[in-house]
Design a protein around this ligand. Sequence first.
Ligand code: GLU
Length: 493
Amino acid sequence: MHRVRFAPSPTGYLHIGSARTFIFNWLYARHNGGTMILRIDDTDVERNTQASLDSIFEGLKWLELDWDGEVYRQSERGELHAASARQIFEAGHAYRDFTPARVESEDAADSGHGGWLFNPGMRELSREESDRRASAGEPFVLRFLVPRETRESVAFTDLVYGPQTKATADIEDFALLRSSGMPTYHMASCADDADLKITQIIRGQDHLTNTFKHQLIFEALGVEPPQFAHLPLLIAPDGAKLSKRKHGPVVSVTTYRDAGFLPHAFVNFVCLLGWSPKDDRERMTRRELLDIFSLEGVNRSNATINFSETEPFDPKAVWLNAETIRNLPVDELSAELLPFADASFGWIPGSGPEPQRLVPEDKIRRLVPLVAPLIRERIKLLGDIRDAADFFFLPTVHPDPLELIPQKGDAAMAALVLQEAEVALAEATFTHDGLDAALRASAEKLKIKAGQMFQPIRVAVCGRKNAPPLFETLEVLGKDICLERIAAARKLL
Ligand code: GLU
């Protein structure tokens, strides 16, 4: 039986590291025919936000990731957490700490010289005395009584990092319940993991040290601890742990979506952060990932995400995206490009809070499937459509007169080419072959090279030299627009 869970705290935007945790749990569950549980760790009422919760669901939806059954919310499971804390207390594995300073700070304890210092008397408080003070309303923190006297260490075997041991002398008497009665992360998480019968906990390496405490809690609850697999840290190029505060938007999943990553390319990239198949494959379909994913492929060294001011996204992510774009069926690619085309060309820039249409929506809808095959080799992100295809959508182009001049030619040649092109295109059939034949015949007639013929036309209709193949471009633009733009360009010469 395999039951795993993703347990985000809704306190910020969906982080790329959280997405990876979800994806690895999900692949593990789906690969093993197990169950994927989504649990929202929302006990920290002061830090939780609805926006954060929305961003988690939005991100998962974008990535086409699902889970099984209901969404569990810790905030609705307080009774279970309290009952589990009571069980641990009744079994003698916890004590009430009435020390005022600690109750306020909710901190565990100070690391003392050669051990943990607890205010004297709290561990040893008799049950009667403890009950009496509690019923008198004295605030307390419920702490786990780490068995330092009877046990030397806590150990477990991590599925990624191997055998782990920690001396009990190095584990403080951590809190289970705050003075408000609210459970701490340790208490709520273990109570839920036990109740939901989680069999493997797959989470970030930053939780590895918590796992010793969690072992103790599971034991105190009288349940077999789940297996643990910790995932290597995600590191920024500066060597620091990836963080939103330090590294900005590259950390947030929505940044990738908004820049025009395809969901699968992003998933593929994230999988390579700390995991690899046992061969050198990098591009994998979702089916392949599901077939080959295993925790044995997770490595222990930190995974670096590369980005810089000039390259805001990891080159591997960009490469995977470009490859995915190239290999997508045109109808799917068009559907993905449509919102980017509409946002880029549909509206008058800077037209205020109620933007006004520049290009009608039906025109954009009609053009995107025609443009998609022409630009798919030329874009890496869906958002690149803005620069790669503007001349298909926008009403006018603004060619640089110098660029109209063909190689080894002059302004007179450009003028001649455009004049001849106007005549030839007026007559031509607007298909690839029709345009090819017409323009090659024109070049022969003018006794110039085909390239010298094409360049002024390309610059006149596209506004620049760097553009998709000419005949297809002319075909998509249509005769009227081509003639109009050539006439306008002739005036520039
Ligand atoms: N809510 C915790 C987090 O987001 C969950 C950690 C865990 O998986 O136990 O870090």
